[in-house]
Ligand binder design. Sequence first.
Ligand SMILES: *[C@@H]1O[C@H](CO)[C@@H](O)[C@H](O)[C@H]1NC(C)=O
Ligand SMILES: *[C@@H]1O[C@H](CO)[C@@H](O)[C@H](O)[C@H]1NC(C)=O
Ligand SMILES: *[C@@H]1O[C@H](CO)[C@@H](O)[C@H](O)[C@H]1NC(C)=O
Ligand SMILES: *[C@@H]1O[C@H](CO)[C@@H](O)[C@H](O)[C@H]1NC(C)=O
Length: 373
Amino acid sequence: MFTAIFVVGFATQPATLATFATQPATVATAPADQVLRRPDTRFARNITVFHVNQHSFGAVPVNMNTADLTGDLFFDLLEVLISPLLCQNHSHKLPGPDPCTNPEAMGADLVVNKVTLEVDSRFSGYAACNVCVEGQDPFGGYCEDGKYICDCLATGGAASWPPKLRPCNTTVGFEEVYSLMGKGIGHKGCRRSPQLPSPTPAQCYVEGVFGKLTAADGGAWYSSLEAGFCGEEGGDCTWRVASVDKIVSRSCHVRVFGEEVQRAGAPECLDACGKDRTNVTSPCWVSCLYKAALGPDAGHPDGKVGGLSLEALKQAWAKPFLGEESGGCPALEEWAGGQRRPLLNSLPVLSPWGGRPRTLLPSRAAGTLVAAL
Ligand SMILES: *[C@@H]1O[C@H](CO)[C@@H](O)[C@H](O)[C@H]1NC(C)=O
Ligand SMILES: *[C@@H]1O[C@H](CO)[C@@H](O)[C@H](O)[C@H]1NC(C)=O
Ligand SMILES: *[C@@H]1O[C@H](CO)[C@@H](O)[C@H](O)[C@H]1NC(C)=O
Ligand SMILES: *[C@@H]1O[C@H](CO)[C@@H](O)[C@H](O)[C@H]1NC(C)=O
């Protein structure tokens, strides 16, 4: 979720397909008198967040990054939807996961999860969470294949490579995209510069996307680590899933979002795509999407950035989560290690990497809650 095509040039969303242990899914049944383990009520706050991943990783974002509507819309426009254009010449040679092979853009069985998290609002610094690929943590060091790994970068750590790391903390990590990287960049629009003497349309679109961020709506990115997960045995409890609101397939999400945005563009644009007019991974369709979102000239240096307002883009991105009668996507059930089960509204939860179901039982001794396996 940590992105900075022009700032630091690497992305940290999962960069490959991870293997997922399919275990028999037994959903633990909680005793009727169960009280849930919850974050400190004095600081608890509910946040609605989104995340794209493979269905098999589950909707509970243990060691994953999530974002609010603006934050995920931006990630999508900056790194995922743009990839057919950005990767046409496959020139990405910067450190970190390669967005041109990012399965979150291209992989099979992708879903977009909408969940409400109850979090302790004393946020920590953001952790970049990725699926471990070939034992290599994208920020240096080793990790276990197919599992999510999170790294907290030291302030300014992204400026050097490998970046400096600092210890993560157990409260949810938070970062505002605008403060971090939007402020100085996009509002100048797409310009020729010594670093970029002839920006491509894709590079100009990225600048245009940054330009849509505002101080008032700057996009929030979160990291929710296992060490603070209330569904784990013992340890700190700084976040839990209050509800899994809806899971939609990524393909439906792109189609509904795309139709909504393309409606605002010039119809001739898509007409010129011929058989690719509904092909969301074709450079032609993607160009029309960005022209509609950012204005027809946003792909050229010094081109005017216009197109849809941030509010309209957000509504389009959220539309798949409406009911089907309102044009939304069909709701998928949550994945449960080989079986599907109904959406969870509370704990207990399964660890998304196929761990054992955990039931939370009141502890007789302390009057607090402990997790029993
Ligand atoms: C969060 O939402 C859940 C269920 O929707 C509710 O029970 C809980 O009280 C809410 N927490 C806060 C801090 O508002
Ligand atoms: C790819 O490279 C060609 C030739 O350099 C250039 O004309 C074209 O605009 C590039 N496409 C993109 C999407 O960057
Ligand atoms: C975690 O807490 C320590 C001690 O307060 C601090 O030095 C460190 O920067 C924090 N890390 C993050 C990611 O917030
Ligand atoms: C969609 O476009 C991509 C990229 O040009 C192409 O590889 C793919 O075959 C197209 N899909 C269809 C169904 O035409």
